[in-house]
Design a binder for this molecule. Structure first.
Ligand code: NDP
Length: 244
């Protein structure tokens, strides 16, 4: 299945590393004009070195005002990928208010905010659009030491559905991908211990973690017109983890 994004303008958050970086590069390869948003300038420098057509925007998405300012001149966007997230693991009884606020600011509030900025433009232009948020299997299954992360992703799934409901009449589709573990920096944080990893892979029918490309391919599908009638879904990319 060939997917082309020629003539489309895309914005990817958390594009400095991991899934977001690979998504930004894949979108550019498929012909999109990509704006990459992240908070570490060195990552943006290396990204632009790798793909000169990408427009970099450096901002901490946890900061509402700074995000508003950074994105005000971003121009029309057809495709949005809400990928940036914060994960900090601890037992439920040790969760701090700071960890709670930081997680919700990036994983939920920034998604709402960036989607508002982009969605308003999509609605005003009347040409529709597609928004994909990167959620997690953790939105639907309790994971030890992941209390706050799980709750942010559960909130993100519901935000996806409400956005799909309200933006659908403007031909703006909103969906999420919900991956199992991927061995990025974030994945290594929770799952680099082989014993712990085995407890997870043993619960995945396909018996392995996802690759970055697995997630990117599902994001591209949901962004593209190949999924034109798909709206408000939370698509597992989990080898069957959530099915059992
Ligand atoms: P990485 O940690 O590899 O990359 C995350 C990217 O987001 C980094 O570039 C990071 O920048 C950026 N980012 C984080 N916080 C902010 C912020 N406040 N402002 C701007 N940019 C920010 O993560 P992954 O690629 O693994 O994760 C991508 C998405 O996939 C996330 O939504 C995550 O929850 C989800 N996911 C990941 C899984 C996994 O096992 N890896 C499993 C399921 C879902 P910096 O490095 O500078 O902080």
């Amino acid at each position: 299945m060939d997917i082309s994004f020629a003539g489309k303008r895309a914005l990817v958050t958390g594009a400095g590393k991991g899934i977001g970086r690979a998504t930004a590069l894949a979108l550019a390869r498929c012909g999109a004009k990509v704006t990459a948003v992240t908070r570490t300038q060195a990552d943006l420098n290396s990204l632009v070195q790798e793909c000169a057509s990408i427009t970099p925007v450096c901002v901490d998405l946890a900061d509402w005002g700074a995000t508003e300012a950074a994105l005000q001149d971003v121009g029309p966007i057809d495709l949005l990928v809400n990928n940036a997230a914060f994960a900090s693991l601890q037992p439920f009884l040790e969760v701090t208010p700071n960890q709670f606020d930081q997680s919700f600011n990036v994983n939920v509030k920034a998604v709402l905010h960036v989607s508002q900025i982009v969605g308003r433009g999509m609605k005003a232009r009347g040409a529709g659009g597609s928004i994909v948020s990167v959620s997690s299997q953790a939105s639907q299954c309790a994971l030890r030491d992941h209390a706050v992360y799980c709750v942010t992703k559960a909130a993100l799934d519901m935000l996806t559905k409400v956005m799909a409901l309200e933006l659908g009449p403007h031909q703006i589709r909103v969906n999420s991908v919900n991956p199992t573990v991927v061995m990025t920096d974030m994945g290594r944080l929770g799952w680099s211990d082989p014993e712990k990893a085995k407890t997870m892979t043993s619960r995945i029918p396909l018996g392995r973690f996802a690759e970055v490309e697995d997630v990117v391919n599902s994001i591209l599908f949901l962004l593209s017109d190949k999924s034109n009638m798909t709206n408000g879904v939370t698509l597992p990319v989990d080898g069957g983890f959530l099915a059992c």
